[in-house]
Design a binder for this molecule. Structure first.
Ligand SMILES: Nc1ncnc2c1ncn2[C@@H]1O[C@H](COP(=O)(O)OP(=O)(O)OP(=O)(O)O)[C@@H](O)[C@H]1O
Ligand SMILES: [Mg+2]
Length: 589
């Protein structure tokens, strides 16, 4: 007797749906794609309980006839592709005719369009009836995975699902700035993007990041035979510790591409300190015939036939733009901060003024734009000076001069000055030495943070979710963090709270939590990475002008180190011999 049987169509459709529908944000992505393909100029999104209870997308696009409504939720039903050739020359976001069919297989879906309405309840379709919105389309999904408990248990808490939906919404907004977009959660309007252009929309979205505080913004472009590039980025004084704000869009669609992100980071490597990444939104408009999105169910990946040319174009475009330094300054126009779902429980202390001498920076020629909120702290972070003063002063009292001389013999040197607001220059015997001020200070902070255990209890513990692997890891290894004053408590499966952290890292709780959320490695490298992040965040940046006293202090401290390497292991000095300099001008040594 044969043991192979054809699956019941409803079971088959639910299995297929798993490819497309993973969570509310994947439903939202598909419904937004449909509204955009219908040429909507205004789209509103409403979610309840993170989209698990309900998720509605209303657009003012072309809408559907009653006949089309009848077909829309059937498998492989699409108006966008007719022949195989169409598939290789796509101008629409949809092409499989699978999204609505998949969503309706695992929820209750109601679509109303141009005066007609249809409901498909977990794969069971009712007839089209008159009613609903008169122009455009409203698609409403309710009770996702209610009939598939095995899938439902993999959903995150509503607040996290809401955050994912918001992220998906923002990514679409970035790709389609000409569309007005509204995002409501639990009836409250959280985001409203008016119709605009790429640059305005990109800056609006970038500036929602709490750490985004560039002196200037940079717009770069490139025109090629098959490809146009446009990038909006921060100037190098403003950067992040992760690649989270490098966004690549191919034909208006956000994609995950390791290679293209790599092109961006390698072109920026000379302009940023080690382990730092730019804010960089790149719009690639490629010939549709050269791009295939039919490789990933979520359309997050694509095959690009002219990828190597694009790689080259990206690096050339960035290097030239950084060299020319033709920054645009219009970031000074007021940028609205977006409300965030992320919990911000800690009442961080606001350091309002630069502390007085000796650890003081000379005033910056480029002062902070007046319209920015005073609490924004990059690129010129007054709290750094307070941190530096506390840390350096502590180091002074801890070690007596005799102690220093027994641990390390300080060579005779003469501090000459600071150049390019980046290097401290020192004359040392018959050499001229250049010290990277950012890397040096990062190293000093790193050593001090490791040595001290000042712990600050958070007024309200900071909650965060983790993946299963990190949950398991933390249950066994939370001592890695508690050793350094970071107290973590498991509240429920996959949900943790941070109750305390080293005092020197106040205001950086989000960054620390983001790090914890990704770590499952060996103890030593996790601890090293953690403190490299903290120290680097607080350290002087390349480009910060220093007063002579601070600079001289830093130089002296550099000579007390065993090895002049930053926490990432990179050497931070470089020297030129007297002999070389003499030779260059034709002198005999
Ligand atoms: N908001 C909308 N406005 C107008 N027509 C729509 C809308 N949503 C869906 N449709 C119609 O329903 C069809 C089926 O939609 P569905 O999302 O399932 O497939 P698709 O968009 O063609 O392809 P894909 O599965 O890749 O998304 C679309 O081809 C389109 O004709
Ligand atoms: Mg679609």
């Amino acid at each position: 007797m044969a043991s192979i049987r054809q699956l019941d169509p409803i079971v088959a459709s639910r299995i297929a749906a798993g490819e497309v529908v993973e969570r509310p944000s994947s439903v939202l992505r598909e419904l937004l794609d449909n509204a955009i393909d219908a040429k909507a100029t205004k789209i509103s999104v409403y979610i309840e309980q993170g989209g698990i209870k309900s998720l509605t997308v209303i657009d003012n696009g072309s809408g559907m006839s009653a006949d089309d409504l009848e077909l829309a939720c059937r498998s492989h039903a699409t108006s966008k592709v007719r022949t195989l050739e169409d598939l290789f020359n796509l101008s629409t976001l949809g092409f499989r005719g699978e999204a609505l069919s998949s969503i309706s297989a695992c929820s209750r879906l109601t679509i109303s369009s141009n005066g007609n309405r249809i409901t498909v309840d977990n794969g069971v379709q009712s007839p089209v009836v008159p009613g609903g919105i008169e122009r455009g389309t409203s698609v409403s999904m309710e009770d996702l995975f209610e009939n598939i408990p095995a899938r439902k248990q993999f959903l995150k808490r509503p607040q996290s699902e809401a955050t994912d939906c918001r992220k998906t919404f923002i990514e679409k907004a970035l790709g389609f700035p000409e569309i007005e977009l509204l995002f409501f959660s639990e009836g409250e309007l959280l985001l409203h993007y008016e119709a605009s252009d790429r640059k305005t929309r990109a800056l609006r979205i970038m500036s929602a990041d709490k750490s985004f505080m560039p002196a200037k913004v940079l717009q770069m472009s490139y025109k090629g035979e098959n490809t146009d590039l446009l990038a909006i980025s921060s100037d190098p004084s403003c950067y992040r510790r992760d690649r989270g704000q490098i966004k690549i869009l191919v034909n208006n669609r956000i994609i995950d591409s390791y290679q293209l992100v790599q092109a961006v980071t390698s072109a920026y490597s000379a302009a940023l300190p080690g382990g730092a990444f730019p804010y960089f939104y790149l719009f690639i408009d490629d010939n549709p015939a050269l791009v295939d999105f039919n490789v990933h169910p979520a359309k997050r990946e694509c095959k690009i036939r002219n990828q190597s040319q694009i790689y080259g174009a990206i690096t050339t475009m960035i290097r030239q733009a950084l060299l020319k330094k033709e920054y645009e300054t219009d970031v000074r126009e007021p940028l609205r901060q977006e409300p965030l779902f992320d919990p911000q429980p800690m009442q961080s202390e606001h350091v309002s003024d630069i502390p007085s001498s000796p650890y003081r920076a000379a005033p910056k020629p480029e002062s902070r734009p007046a319209s920015r909120p005073a609490t924004a702290s990059k690129p010129f972070d007054p709290s750094w000076f307070e941190n530096a003063r506390t840390i350096l002063a502590k180091a002074e009292t801890k070690r007596s001069p005799s102690e220093v001389s027994t641990t390390k013999i300080i060579p005779d040197y003469r501090y000459i000055g600071q150049v390019f607001n980046t290097f401290l220059v020192v004359e040392l015997k018959d050499r001229l030495m250049f010290i990277d001020q950012h890397a040096l200070h990062e190293r000093l902070l790193y050593d001090e943070i490791r040595a001290q255990k000042d712990v600050q209890r958070l007024m309200v513990p900071y909650p965060f979710e983790v993946e299963r692997s990190v949950d398991d890891y933390l249950q066994e290894n939370s001592v890695i963090y508690s050793d350094y004053g970071i107290e973590l408590t498991r509240k429920e499966p996959l949900l943790w709270e941070m109750a305390s952290m080293p005092a020197t890292c106040r205001k950086n709780e989000q960054e620390i939590v983001s790090y914890i959320q990704t770590q499952t490695g060996d103890i030593e490298s996790v601890q090293k990475g953690l403190f490299a992040i903290i120290a680097c965040h607080a350290a002087i940046k390349a480009g910060d002008e220093l007063d002579a006293v601070t600079a001289a202090q830093l130089v002296r401290k550099s000579f007390e180190l065993d090895r002049m390497v930053c926490p990432h292991g990179r050497e931070f000095t470089f020297s030129v011999s007297k002999e070389y300099l003499y030779k260059e001008v034709g002198r005999i040594v």
